[in-house]
Write a protein that binds this ligand. Structure first.
Ligand SMILES: Cc1ncc(COP(=O)(O)O)c(C=O)c1O
Length: 374
């Protein structure tokens, strides 16, 4: 059978489905093959042969409505061989395929750990001290011992940034990266009770930053809304992220960038971003309480507002107010600040600026770029 999109030939052999590529529309990168339902990996033996390693599932898991069309833009699809990216595990520098932790690690068994994601611009960690302060807060809240001083963490991050740059044959100062840090409670036999005196498992890696595209910056992004069904300790940057995974998948399935969540009718945050509202020239965000993760951008955005003379307020924000906002914004380490221009398919804003990035976004974006350059 020929695929109508790319004219690949489909052959079923027992439990396997093989795609023979004729190279007509893939532009050399083969990603189009992810259009094929059930596509799992490229054959290691031939650039022209792709093999589905198991038959397409009869009942795929559902979070909401099943996407109506195939998705091919997920970077993780088909990632079966880890790249040899540098990483740090329990005091040693190694590469991802070599880094191994015990199956009895409580991070694996319970998601019992915390993490940080630090943006790096031109080889320099951005607002590192604030990320370290939040890491300390997450560790204290989960009663996990901080295994390193902030100076040691900076040294580890600096080494990983240099190693990543070297692995791509670039100088660190020519790279923007994301340093990921994770500390789990450690290894113990399975028991919910927090074991005492075990050594935390420490992992860190760095990778290229993937910022929003120029089109997303220029046009803003689409978001959908959902009830906030996560737990009530959202202020901890915990590796127990199934709620966030479910939340993000809702927007992914709807071809949107983020899921804006409401708890009891009030704005909380998005799956992996904070959410901001502009009304009559004032920038507003939800209070820093246990229902949201206090993004490192909370403090930064407040500073930028002060410098730009933009009134800044943290308070509970009702869903109706969000639906009538002049502007809506996302913020996170990778998104920096990013305008939401449609929510649940409705354009955000009023008048001529409706559905377009607004003036407060532009002022915040400019301020953010100045902060990065300092
Ligand atoms: C749930 C949640 N809220 C907010 C943020 C934004 O935090 P930051 O600005 O520190 O990246 C994140 C970042 O990952 C997040 O996961």
């Amino acid at each position: 059978m020929l695929c109508t999109k790319c004219l690949c030939l489909r052959r079923r052999q027992g439990n396997e489905v093989r795609w023979i590529v004729f190279g007509l529309c893939h532009g050399g990168n083969f990603r189009h093959l992810q259009l094929h339902p059930g596509y799992k990996q490229r054959s290691q033996y031939s650039r022209r042969l792709y093999v589905e390693t198991r038959p397409p599932p009869n009942n795929p898991p559902k979070l909401g409505p099943t996407p109506q069309r195939p998705r091919w833009d997920c970077d993780n699809s088909g990632m079966h061989n880890l790249p040899r990216l540098p990483c740090f595990l329990n005091g040693d520098y190694t590469v991802l395929p070599e880094a191994k932790v015990s199956v009895m690690d409580r991070g694996f068994i319970f998601g019992d750990g915390v993490y940080e994601v630090v943006p790096v611009y031109a080889g320099r960690p951005f607002h590192f001290a604030q990320h370290m302060a939040r890491l300390d807060r997450s560790l204290a809240a989960t009663r996990i011992t901080q295994p390193h001083t902030h100076a040691q963490w900076l040294e580890i991050a600096t080494n990983l940034i240099a190693a990543y740059a070297e692995s791509t044959c670039t100088k660190a100062e020519n790279t923007d990266q994301l340093v990921y840090i994770q500390i789990t409670r450690g290894v113990a036999l399975r028991d919910h009770v927090m074991p005492q005196n075990i050594r935390p498992t420490v992992f860190a890696m760095s990778n290229a930053m993937k910022p929003p595209s120029a089109a997303q910056r220029a046009q803003g992004v689409a978001c959908v809304s959902a009830n906030d069904f996560r737990w009530e300790k959202a202020h901890i940057k915990s590796t127990s992220l199934l709620g966030a995974v479910f939340a993000r998948q809702i927007s992914f399935d709807a071809d949107a960038t983020e899921t804006v969540m409401f708890r009891d009718g009030f704005l909380s945050e998005a799956a992996a971003s904070n959410v901001w509202m502009v009304r009559n020239g004032t920038l507003m965000g939800p209070p820093k309480d246990h229902l949201v993760l206090e993004g490192v951008r909370y403090g930064l955005i407040e500073d930028i507002c002060r410098e730009a003379g933009i009134p800044f307020e943290l308070r509970r924000i009702a869903r109706d107010e969000v639906l009538q906002a002049d502007e809506l914004l996302l913020s996170s380490a990778t998104k920096e600040v990013l305008p939401i221009t449609t929510l649940d398919g409705q354009p955000v804003g009023r008048g001529l600026g409706k559905g377009r990035p607004g003036p407060i976004y532009k002022a915040l974006w400019d301020g953010y770029q100045r902060a990065k350059a300092q």
